[in-house]
Design a protein around this ligand. Sequence first.
Ligand code: ATP
Ligand code: MG
Length: 246
Amino acid sequence: MKHDRNILPAIEVRALSKTFTLHLRGSQRLPVLQGFEMEVYPGECVALVGASGQGKSTLMKCLYGSYGCEQGRVVLRAGHDSVDLASASPRQVLHWRRRGISYVSQFLRAVPRVGALDVVAERLLEDLPPDGTDALDDARYAQQAAAAREQACTLLARLNLPSALWELPPATFSGGEQQRVNIARGFVKPTPVLLLDEPTASLDAANRRIVVQLIAEAKARGAAVVGIFHDEEVRDTVATRQVGFA
Ligand SMILES: Nc1ncnc2c1ncn2[C@@H]1O[C@H](COP(=O)(O)OP(=O)(O)OP(=O)(O)O)[C@@H](O)[C@H]1O
Ligand SMILES: [Mg+2]
C-alpha cells in the first residue's frame, strides 16, 4: 500500500527487543523479540502471523504498554501528540490507553458485580471527572452516563448479545458471550490505535461477520489496527498487510 509522505505512522516500532527472565529457573533468559521493526499507518490493518510461541501476543502487550522492553522504541501518534511506550511513565501509559488505544484481549477480565452494559459504557466515561466533582455537576454526569449506556446498548444489540443479559455481570457468560462484551468494550470508543488478539476465536459465523464489519469501519475512519487472527478467512478479509514472526 502506498502512503502519503506527509502522513506519519500511527504506530512505529523500532529496534524492539524483549527478553523474559525466568526467575524461578535460575534467571534463565528467553529472548522473544530481537530488533523488531514495524510501522502501521492510519487506515491499515496489519495481521501478525507466525507459529505459536513466536512472540505475537508479546508484541501486542508491548503495543499496549503492558510490557517494558530493554531496547527500542514503541511510538504511538495521534494528531500532534505522540508517546514512546517503551520509556513512558505508568501515568502516560494510562493516559494513552484511555484516549488513544483500544485493546480487545482474547479473554475478558470481568469485574465482579458490574453488568455487561456498564462494562462497555464505562469505557466512554473514563475521561470524565468522577461523579459529583466540581468540574462536572451531577446532572451533566448523569446525562453523559445515559448517552454512554445508549451507545453500549446499540453495540451489544449489533453483536446479538441477548438483552436479558445486559444488566448481568459477564463472569458467568459463555465464552462467545464474554468475547462479544469484550469486543463491544474495545470498539465503543473510536481510538487511533486498535489492538485485537484473536477477536473472533469463540464466535459463530454470524457474529464473526459483524466483527469483520466493525474492523472495516474502524479502518475506514482511520484507525491503525493490529490483529492476531488464527481464522484465515477473517484474516484475509480484514488485513491490508501481514507481518511474519519466525
Ligand atoms: N510473561 C512471560 N514470562 C515468561 N515467558 C513468557 C511470558 N509471556 C510469554 N512468554 C514466552 O514468550 C514466548 C512468546 O510468547 P507469546 O505469547 O508472545 O507467543 P505467541 O506468538 O502469541 O503464541 P500463540 O500463537 O500460541 O498465542 C513463548 O515462548 C512464551 O512462553
Ligand atoms: Mg498469542
